[in-house]
Design a protein. Structure first.
Length: 107
């Protein structure tokens, strides 16, 4: 099932509610849910914020709903380098990143 539709139904809201939030038509929301239309970055950001999930989760690229601040920073900084890595490899890299950040702070 499409994540947008899943999140909408999970929250118990209608396509009209999402359309009103985005100031667009119900038809556009329907096309997003049927994957007949690709979301632009601004729409994905708004929807991720609306449903309180990461953009990666919304787009089906991750099963992690939210990232902590360090992980968000890591994914933003290294998004190109992560292409092709497995979830386990990304998790290892994130652990290393957090350890290095702690060492730099002296904690």
């Amino acid at each position: 099932m499409n994540r947008l539709k899943f999140l909408r139904e999970e929250k118990g809201i209608f396509q009209k509610d999402v359309a009103d939030y985005l100031k667009c038509s119900i038809a556009i929301i329907s096309m997003y849910e049927k994957e007949q239309r690709v979301m632009d970055v601004n729409i994905a950001q708004k929807l991720a914020s609306y449903f309180n999930v990461s953009i990666d989760y919304l787009l089906g690229k991750s099963d992690i709903r939210n990232y902590d601040e360090d992980e968000e920073e890591f994914r933003y900084a290294y998004h190109k380098e992560m292409e092709g890595l497995t979830d386990e490899e990304i998790a290892d890299a994130l652990r290393f990143y957090k350890e290095m950040k702690k060492k730099m702070k002296g904690t």
